[in-house]
Design a binder for this molecule. Structure first.
Ligand code: AMP
Length: 139
């Protein structure tokens, strides 16, 4: 069963398409958080960023890089929040990697990306050092 986003890529479900190339696709979010709210996806289905191969990741970033200024200019935005909900626990509802480009406006009442945190942890220097070196050894 293909994802709703694959069905959009295949033209089975209508969408307001703003960009397409060999590997990536972008369209307006059906429930926009702001005018111009755009989703950028790899055409192939990968559930999480963790699953995306390097060549597709590069293509995806190139499309995001081109679209951010285009989206901001189109709606005369002051800025944008660019983010992935990467996995169900992070709020991802559609299991097909997608980048949200959400135009932002001075005084729009929205928060920074830091607003996603629930309770923030109180980590010691030792714990921070351990986490940093653990990540470093896994890249
Ligand atoms: P996420 O919570 O990160 O998985 O975001 C999924 C996004 O997909 C939401 O912002 C939805 O509004 C959007 N969405 C779901 N179905 C469609 C659709 N058919 N066309 C465009 N956007 C959609």
């Amino acid at each position: 069963m293909s994802t709703i986003f694959s069905q959009i890529v295949d033209g089975e479900i209508p969408a307001r398409v703003v960009y397409e190339d060999e590997a990536t696709f972008a369209f307006l979010d059906a429930n926009p958080l702001a005018p111009g709210h755009t989703l950028v996806i790899p055409k192939e289905e990968y559930e999480r960023l963790n699953d995306v191969p390097e060549d597709v990741a590069s293509a995806l970033y190139a499309t995001i890089h081109a679209l951010v200024p285009a989206v901001e200019d189109a709606v005369d935005a002051d800025a944008s929040t660019v983010a992935f909900n990467n996995g169900e626990a992070a709020g991802q509802e559609v299991p097909h990697v997608h980048c949200h480009i959400v135009p932002r406006f001075e005084g729009d009442g929205g928060g920074p990306i830091h607003a996603i945190a629930g309770e923030t942890p109180d980590l010691s220097d030792g714990e921070l050092d351990e986490i940093a070196s653990d990540i470093e050894t896994r890249v």
